[in-house]
Design a protein around this ligand. Sequence first.
Ligand code: ADP
Ligand code: MG
Length: 297
Amino acid sequence: ATMPPLLSAIANAGRHGVLVKSAVVMERLGQVDAVALDKTGTLTAGIPHVTDIQPLAGSRLHEDTLLALAAAAEHPSEHPLGRAVVDAARLRDLDIPTATDFTAAPGLGVSATIDGTRIAVGSPARLLDGLTGQLTEGAEAAAVLESAGRTAVLVTVDGTPVGVLGIADRVRPDAVGTVRGLAALTGRPPVLVTGDNPRAAAQLAAVVGISDVRAGLLPPDKVTAVREWESTGRKVMVVGDGVNDAPALAAAHTGIAMGRVGSDLALETADMVVVRDELAAIPTVMALSRRSRKLVT
Ligand code: ADP
Ligand code: MG
């Protein structure tokens, strides 16, 4: 017997390394006419590495001490930035202190207690909000790194900024082609939605050919952006990888998660998973869906 078109499209998607969770999802993909792409882990490879370790002058910390403190707080984190910090400390063979009371705030950062002091590592813009003292030095150090396209994370001890880390990730080799392919299929260029800073976001957007950039978004902000587009009648596809993307993946007409680097929550929430880690499979599978829809109707 010949397979129904949607089922053979799903099988075909599987051959391209994309797991489609249902026939309904496969069919809906063909209706998508607007695309929102996450930055870190989606347009970039999701294997960031620490490039800069900068204690603030007032902190009197050694580079290695700063990195070890940050790594202690990031140790339980499943965020790619957290893994980058821990890996950097391991590469330097540093002793990573044991931390307790770990908390992670999606889109913001992490904090944990070491020897009775509270260490926080996260977004400079958010952590500096409402802080005084060494504020200027921390903000300036972060801005310099961000202008160079880095993600800057601030480290604070009991609320006082002590240092800044610069983190960089590689653009996926198929990002440019994917952006172009999605634009051709939907008739409108994809939009970048990211929790990262506006400077690093603009740099990456220029490289991959995106002009509409929404940066500094918290997870609910990504949902608001999707809802706004959908309220004007668009059928929005969101592609993301993080815990921070999960609400937007759920709110979107179609949610796609990046499998290899993606968090468990993103993979569970998404309608499809790019298992083989090739971004370019997304426009390919979208075209498959459209073809099968033509056969169905
Ligand atoms: P994106 O949307 O680009 O994938 P996220 O929403 O995951 O980014 O993170 C947004 C920002 O929050 C990061 O650029 C960083 O400043 C901060 N952040 C989030 N998680 C962490 C973490 N584990 N360690 C340090 N900073 C973090
Ligand atoms: Mg991400």
